[in-house]
Design a protein around this ligand. Sequence first.
Ligand SMILES: *[C@@H]1O[C@H](CO)[C@@H](O)[C@H](O)[C@H]1NC(C)=O
Length: 151
Amino acid sequence: MPNESLLWLLHSVHALSVSKSDWIGGHSYYSYLEEAGSYWFNAMVPNGILMNNTIINEKTQEFLDYVLDNQDSTGWLGPEVGTDRPRYLWGRYPFFFGAIQMVEYKPELTDRVVTALHKFVKLANRMLRDGEGVEDWAATRWEDFVIVLQW
Ligand SMILES: *[C@@H]1O[C@H](CO)[C@@H](O)[C@H](O)[C@H]1NC(C)=O
């Protein structure tokens, strides 16, 4: 990738305020669905790996570490942890897509990611049985969760 494109990419990343994303302890998000941070993560993991870009790889590793380290005792992970904001499952699916790709590139991450996923799946199962965690959009994107579960 030519350097100019890379600079454009980094500028875009900054413009999207991902560095301040509420997924990693900041306050930036654009909707209650909480997909901005996890969409970024899912896209940047393969970008960083394929371009062998140290900065992007460090950022995606920090993102993964922050989210896993802050998973709460119920199994929930993401920006709603420690808040009373509504919890919709959907924003987690792109996060797990990114995490899966990181595991495939760095197998030493397997235990942490799979342990976090198992905790989350138990919680999600209870929530879905109780009719929680979905609204129109989250309900539409159920296939994304199935892809995660198949992995
Ligand atoms: C990736 O970059 C590092 C230095 O940042 C280099 O040592 C390594 O050989 C590169 N790997 C590939 C596959 O190009």
